[in-house]
Design a binder for this molecule. Structure first.
Ligand SMILES: NC(=O)c1ccc[n+]([C@@H]2O[C@H](COP(=O)([O-])OP(=O)(O)OC[C@H]3O[C@@H](n4cnc5c(N)ncnc54)[C@H](OP(=O)(O)O)[C@@H]3O)[C@@H](O)[C@H]2O)c1
Length: 255
């Protein structure tokens, strides 16, 4: 391995078009990284590129689509070594009881949060090994503590966490770190809106009265901190919540 591959600061961030992914892109560029963002919405990616300049490039990519992801990864690898993969692409669809929830919602979350994340990891892992790099996933506390109505999302996030943990075990002895960041309540513009099919009243109610939910920038801070540890220090798991949240069901709201 050449020294330049080991010391290169070049990251791929999925879900770069909004929320935690976009904040992670900004934070990494701010710390001197070159970043390639992946997501489906080109307008958002282009606007970000216009703001950030040459240290941010993007590939339009649907991580649930094999050909789209392969094309994006091929383009990324053409551009040079990759030191870190930050998996932020993900979503919740619906909040219905297990007994009546939509199979399509479950399938969609599984395809995106689990299979989509796995697909990108598998394709970039050889390059990450060459650079002694890092696989980082943004999972969720939903993957730790199931809650009513969270069936499909909690199941998919539990699967994502288990996948990261097993990958870590399977890679012991090889020069790759695996980091799992599990956030609690983060107030991003789109996450709850998408979960509730554009119903802004239901989306707003998620954060109503909660003093200082986490922000996308808070999670981006965790991402950059974990990545900037020495290569030999693996931050296996970070569970990060707003101070007002002890668990999903123990959330303080000002009345
Ligand atoms: N917000 C929270 O409270 C919270 C808490 C814990 C964990 N998380 C996790 O954090 C991650 C980011 O959430 P967020 O709050 O930042 O939500 P967000 O703003 O909705 O971001 C989701 C990102 O995923 C991308 N994406 C969705 N489907 C995709 C696909 N098929 N292919 C490629 N990219 C896709 C979206 O971009 P395009 O639509 O442009 O493709 C977007 O950039 C998710 O995995 C979420 O589960 C969020």
């Amino acid at each position: 391995m050449t020294e330049s591959k080991k010391t290169v600061k070049r990251a791929v961030v999925t879900g770069a078009s909004s929320g935690i992914g976009q904040a992670s892109v900004r934070a990494l560029v701010d710390k001197g990284w070159k970043v390639v963002g992946l997501a489906r919405r080109e307008d958002n990616l282009k606007a970000l590129a216009d703001q950030l300049g040459q240290n941010f490039t993007y590939e339009v990519c649907d991580v649930t689509d094999e050909d789209s992801t392969q094309a994006a990864v091929d383009a990324v690898l053409k551009g040079g070594p990759v030191k870190a993969l930050v998996n932020c692409a993900g979503a919740a669809f619906g909040k219905d009881p297990v007994a009546t929830s939509s199979l399509d919602d479950w399938r969609g979350m599984y395809e995106l949060n689990v299979i989509g994340t796995l697909r990108v990891i598998q394709k970039l892992l050889p390059a990450l090994k060459e650079s002694e790099g890092t696989v980082l996933v943004i999972s969720s506390t939903a993957g730790i503590e199931p809650y009513e109505g969270g069936g499909g999302y909690c199941a998919s996030k539990a699967a994502e966490r288990v996948m990261a943990r097993i990958l870590r075990l399977e890679l012991i002895g090889q020069p790759v770190r695996v980091v799992d960041i599990a956030p609690g309540l983060v107030h991003t513009d789109e996450f709850s809106l998408k979960r509730f099919g554009g119903d802004s009243d239901r989306a707003d109610a998620v954060y109503a009265g909660v003093p200082d939910p986490l922000t996308a920038d808070d999670i981006a801070g965790c991402v950059t901190w974990a990545l900037e540890q020495p290569d030999t220090v693996d931050i296996d798991q970070i569970v990060v919540r707003p101070r007002a949240e002890g668990s999903y069901t123990k959330l303080y709201r000002r009345s």
